[in-house]
Design a protein around this ligand. Sequence first.
Ligand code: TRP
Length: 338
Amino acid sequence: MKKTVVLTGITTTGTPHLGNYVGAIRPAISMSKDDNITPFYFLADYHALIKCQEPDRVRQSSLEIAATWLALGLDTENAVFYRQSDIPETLELTWLLTCVTSKGLMNRSHAYKAAVAENETTAENDPDKGITMGLFSYPVLMAADILLFNASKVPVGKDQQQHIEMARDIGARFNHIYGEHFTLPQAVIDEKGAILAGLDGRKMSKSYQNTIPLFEPEKKLKKLINKIKTNSLEPGEPKDTSDCTLFSLYQAFATPDEVAQVCQRYDEGISWGEMKSVLFEKINTEITPARERYETLLEKPTHIEEQLQEGARKARAISAPFIAQLRDAVGISTFSAK
Ligand code: TRP
């Protein structure tokens, strides 16, 4: 049976936090162990340049993200784990796709439109202020990532759904002009929330500065958990699990039985201090073995590099012949006999 190609990229601008872990990394890693799937997971470092022009941050983030996935037990036998910028065919394909992508489609991109809308609120009267061609053509680069490996499923957050639809449109346009070369991808969106609340109760997100970094040292993890916002109910007063940040975090790590027990303790009036320590223990127990591996890995970046190079080798074994086929299809191949 042919395996399903599942592909996703992680933009290398930040440090992985618990929200990334629960919403994206943990499910992706468990998928990497499924024999019916060939996962392609990559560090989207070209995408990082669109929003971050701090070289040290991009470098550090790439290292931390790679170490995170390896420490959490990504199965690199089955998964192809690589760095986007190690695959030159990505950029070649980006150009081939750019030439079949209508500007009107890109005008409709939410990310671009949001930037324009933001500019329109200022007095300067320049809708394109600070908007680079990188931001404008971002969906084409993303389409190239996906189409290059003929991925059929692309797990992403809801904010990325439009980009997958654009990848379909762009791939279909290319197929229409040059013949059936690309599989048209589908987004896989975890509708059941998997959205973790952050310190202040809003969605955990770098842009709200309310995150708990995944591999924070134990003491700091405890401190951060103690900072999570609660209401002012006293110990002994029954508490409501709905709309409770502590509870929703607990749920993301505990078994249904453990959750049921904690529900009962809410009814009985568990104190917030006690609940915070229950939550800390739960998260810390799950994370500690991986945290130790993470710290060891960060001390040996060459080991991480070897893994990424091996991933790039596997990826290019597919992308190099494929790009040759695509070059031929558009008429830019050599004159010599094939
Ligand atoms: N743009 C995506 C994000 O910010 C990351 C990404 C880049 C990606 N290329 C991709 C995701 C291809 C899925 C498929 O989340």
